[in-house]
Ligand binder design. Structure first.
Ligand code: NAD
Ligand code: UDP
Length: 321
């Protein structure tokens, strides 16, 4: 059988680079695409020497052309951390809407199956916990996070429309907070923020009183869930995440213990519309994909801490967002 060709957008980012690794390992020809707005070529530089890897430096919100056959498209390009999408709100809206439309058109012309990276943010500040896929969410469209949440909700809607009206093969993964090596130390997300602060000997900044919850999934588990979803025949949205829920205050305490610092937690104001609770209902992933997370938070955090600790000192000290 001929080698399968897959386009991965956002390839130089955290999740995109891990997806490139996985599909290379599975024997695919991988075409990475990224405009490097929040990504870093160092995440994929080890792939440049391979003959089954190509890279296009391109903004997917502009017309996307890829020569040759394509069997799969994974659309992961998008700013993903709150400070990124608040800094570049229009690009965030464009990559979720125009970018998705361009890639759906490409998928249609190549008869490729397309999987989009949606998010637990489509549930907004949820009023039910845990969140099942049937929950429609509680999003403020004009609040600061609206640029990300609504881009992702539109992304799901247009993807489902291509599925329904054009018969395109599509998959929608709703990703819950994921962590691991290759996150940017200064991307503002809570895990790199806390580890960076611990490494620099600064207090850990807990937003609000720290009673809000999140459920953190290790990257290898997430990638495996996405791999299974892509190869399943399930076209409805699917949650992939780790249901082990924790408050941000407890999480800060865990990081202090892990890093062995004697830092303290300091409370700073809670950002507008910060969701109070978040935990995936993964019944569907278990039943349909036979998937559930395997890596405990203590194992995953250790690997991630070792990664951040090994970064050059200059990078650890650089905290400009
Ligand atoms: P990231 O910022 O590390 O990676 C995103 C990549 O997309 C970057 O390399 C960036 O340069 C690229 N990109 C952004 N706009 C682009 C454009 N217009 N054209 C081409 N490339 C562009 O973020 P991540 O954590 O790897 O997130 C990847 C995807 O997963 C995003 O779509 C995000 O919304 C989704 N997601 C991530 C999480 C998580 O916990 N990491 C949770 C939910 C959803
Ligand atoms: N958070 C925090 N301190 C930080 C960064 C984030 O307390 O330095 C909180 C943030 O308010 C949120 C949680 O940690 O309640 C997760 O934030 P993150 O940006 O990682 O992801 P998201 O809010 O998108 O889930």
């Amino acid at each position: 059988m001929s080698q399968k060709r897959i386009l991965i957008t956002g390839a130089a980012g955290f999740l995109g680079s891990h997806l490139c690794d996985r599909f290379i390992k599975e024997g695919y020809h991988v075409i990475g695409m990224d405009n490097l707005i929040t990504g870093d070529l160092r995440n994929i530089e080890h792939l440049f020497k391979l003959t089954n890897f190509e890279f296009y430096h391109h903004d997917v919100s502009k017309f996307v052309h890829v020569p040759g056959d394509l069997h799969y498209i994974l659309h992961f390009a998008s700013p993903a951390s709150p400070i990124d999408y608040l800094k570049i709100p229009i690009q965030t809206l464009k990559v979720g809407s125009l970018g998705t439309h361009n890639l759906l058109g490409l998928a249609r012309s190549k008869k490729a199956r397309m999987l989009i990276a949606s998010t637990s943010e489509v549930y907004g500040d949820p009023t039910v916990n845990p969140q099942p896929e049937e929950y429609w969410g509680n999003v403020n469209p004009v609040g600061p996070r609206g640029v990300y949440d609504e881009a992702k909700r539109f992304q799901e809607a247009i993807t489902m429309a291509y599925h329904t009206f054009h018969g395109l093969e599509t998959r929608i993964v709703r990703i819950f907070n994921t962590y691991g090596p290759r996150m940017r130390l200064n991307d503002g997300r809570v895990l790199p923020a806390f580890i960076g602060q611990a490494l620099r000997g600064e207090p850990l900044t807990v937003f609000g009183d720290g009673s809000q919850t999140r459920s953190f999934c290790y990257v290898d588990d997430l990638i495996d869930g996405i791999y299974r979803l892509l190869h399943s025949d399930y076209a409805q949205p699917m949650n992939i995440g780790n249901p082990d829920e924790i408050t941000i205050k407890q999480f800060g305490e865990e990081i202090i213990k892990l890093t062995g610092t004697d830092q303290e937690l300091v409370c700073v104001p809670l950002p507008t519309d910060d969701p109070k609770q978040r935990r995936p209902d993964i019944t569907k992933a278990k039943d349909i994909l036979g998937w559930e997370p395997k890596v405990s938070r203590s194992e995953g955090l250790k690997v991630t801490y070792d990664y951040f600790k090994s970064l050059p000192e200059k990078e650890i000290q650089h905290k400009d967002f």
